[in-house]
Write a protein that binds this ligand. Structure first.
Ligand code: GLA
Length: 382
């Protein structure tokens, strides 16, 4: 695990607060396929990864709380009795959000001291915010004996994101970060909020994440807009969520909605079906089919759902040109962040170098490449 990160927060905590902390590690996530399906009660295929947030935590013996973000070298003091969202609060809002949402379900959260640090690249679409929320909800639950189950905790994290970060996210990120299983991805049903772990073996291929290092300012409002469109269309269809719609249903109301909204709803219906096809292809070891589904997913995200950007499209195009790459697509909410690629192990280095060069030439900036291991979810570190 992330021994170095944990050691860092632990020693910084001891130095500042002179006591032994409770230690929590909470991972980020990738998503193999099933993007923007979670808030449509659909399917997704995420996995927790070996990058995340390490948190050191203890009760405070004064009437204030102190949180220290080690990476940013920032400290924030507050009282748990009167939290509210801060303007431009950044990381602070995730912590305050968790505290506030716990209070809303009548849990008493005393003051605490915390030091945390992370190694998930920010803005990469690997859910550093879910990792942060989960680390706090998990740690506080333990520290103050709140008696919440993991399933209850992820709902607290999700609401913190809704009400304190202003992103009306689905449940995928918090779920994957909390429930991750080593070497596995989770076929997640976002309606029942239950999953099935799939041991992943891509044979001669390996996952490569390529970070465009782009984050567009409007990504949050655009995200919420997409969600609204989906809810509007399912309202018209008189169903609970687009999970329940077929293409035929959508055609029936085509004249009542704009073509743009039609395309978006169509994307969701298709993507949902792709997740199921993906899980079937894993079962039959059909790696090529997996790759094709990734390309199809990107096509939908880019042209129908319109959440890609030039840099991400460029990266996927370079993958398509290369016979050693079976599939590629943008990952996460979109408008920047990473692509996820299925690349032949022997050709990994070459593809990495080629793509980095082409990207630099085209955009005059660098992309970053990562590999990840599929890992366990949020946990206490002994
Ligand atoms: C973000 C959200 C998730 C999900 C993805 C898109 O990561 O937090 O809930 O909607 O975007 O699949």
């Amino acid at each position: 695990m992330n021994k170095k990160l944990i050691k860092e927060v632990k020693s910084s905590f001891k130095e500042q607060f002179k006591t032994k902390p409770l230690l929590v590690f909470s991972p980020g996530r990738i998503n193999l396929i099933g993007e923007h399906t979670d808030y449509n009660d659909g399917f997704a295929f995420p996995a927790a990864i070996n990058k995340g947030i390490a948190l050191a935590l203890s009760k405070s013996d004064s009437n204030k709380s102190t949180a220290c973000a080690l990476n940013m070298n920032e400290i924030y003091e507050f009282r748990t009795e009167n939290v509210k969202p801060l303007d431009d609060g950044g990381w602070r809002n995730y912590i305050l959000g968790v505290v506030s949402e716990l209070q809303k379900v009548d849990k008493i959260v005393g003051n605490f001291n915390a030091v945390f640090a992370g190694n998930i690249p920010g803005g990469a679409g690997m859910s550093s915010s879910a990792a942060l929320e989960n680390s706090f909800v998990y740690g506080l639950n333990k520290l103050f004996k709140l008696g919440l189950s993991k399933s209850e905790m992820i709902l607290i994290s999700q609401k913190a994101e809704h009400n304190y970060a202003g992103v009306k996210c689905g449940i995928m990120d918090q779920y994957a970060s909390m429930f991750g299983v080593k070497n596995s991805a989770l076929l997640l049903d976002c309606r029942t909020v239950t999953s099935q772990p799939y041991k992943i073996d891509f044979k001669d291929y390996k996952l490569m994440l390529i970070n465009s290092n782009v984050k567009h300012d409007l990504s949050e409002s655009a995200y919420n807009d997409r969600r609204e469109v989906c809810e509007k269309v399912s309202g018209l269809l008189d169903i609970e969520a687009l999970r329940d719609a077929s293409k035929e249903d959508l055609v029936r109301i085509k004249s009542e909605i704009t073509d743009e909204d039609y395309q978006k709803a169509l994307y969701v219906i298709n993507e949902n079906a792709r997740v199921i096809k993906f899980s079937e292809a894993i079962k039959r070891d059909d790696i090529e089919a997996l790759g094709n589904l990734l390309y199809q997913s990107h096509q939908g995200l880019s042209t129908n759902y319109k959440v890609s950007c030039e840099e991400l499209d460029f990266l996927v195009e370079r993958a398509k040109e290369n016979p050693n790459v079976l599939g590629s697509r943008m990952m996460g909410g979109g408008f920047g962040g990473c692509t996820i690629n299925l690349v032949k192990k022997d050709e990994f280095k070459k593809f990495k170098k080629d793509t980095a060069n082409k990207f630099r030439k085209r955009f005059e900036k660098d992309c970053s490449v990562y590999t990840v291991k599929l890992s366990r979810g949020t946990q206490i570190v002994k």
